[in-house]
Design a protein around this ligand. Sequence first.
Ligand code: GTP
Length: 204
Amino acid sequence: RLSPDRKMVPVKLLILGAQNTGKTALCVRFITKRFIGEYDHKKEVTYRCSRALDQEAVDLEILDIACKGSVASLESSIRWADGFLLLYSITQRLSFLDVPRLKKLIEQTKQSLVVPTVLVANKADLEIGREVTTEEGQRLAKDLRCGFRELSVAEAVLAVEAAVFQLIRLVWDQQRPLPDRRSYMLTVRHALTRKLTRSKTMQW
Ligand SMILES: Nc1nc2c(ncn2[C@@H]2O[C@H](COP(=O)(O)OP(=O)(O)OP(=O)(O)O)[C@@H](O)[C@H]2O)c(=O)[nH]1
């Protein structure tokens, strides 16, 4: 799929979201397959691993940054990453409302409207405390041109894996040579059309 030297380069993923959405839990779950309930308040951690996906070996680096870092260090992490997992918790409406701001920051920092991103609605096991519906999540993901997964890091290791794999495929898709990037071009066209429609709507 990719040129040989490209395959040697790790795919770099950044996990972003409001506090307490399960960012560290998701990283640890993906790497170790285990769910660990509580973590020390940590500094920035980069997890490294290799996986087989679509008959290819992929080296991964997943960055879980400290919540209280500076804007400059957040921007530098965004510049570093190839793809983004944007997390919110279905039990924490504020974390959902924070997603558009984060996506905008990613687009501005990357200077691109087409950035491989998967929106992850976590803590689906806590139905009783739900504050964000699945449909709201789906709608936001569509608006922000992201993939979407609702899952529980606590209960579903396979769903966590599927979300990360979906993101890797989006990154691969974007790294493909231009003539192969039909879906990428369609996404760009779609994004531009939406922008144009929106600005026209505002004018009238
Ligand atoms: N019930 C439930 N709890 C979860 C799930 N995922 C994470 N948690 C819990 O949510 C809390 C926060 O998880 P963390 O992984 O520390 O979240 P974080 O986003 O890294 O938090 P910060 O480092 O503060 O930004 C912990 O108590 C986890 O055990 C889930 O799917 N279900």
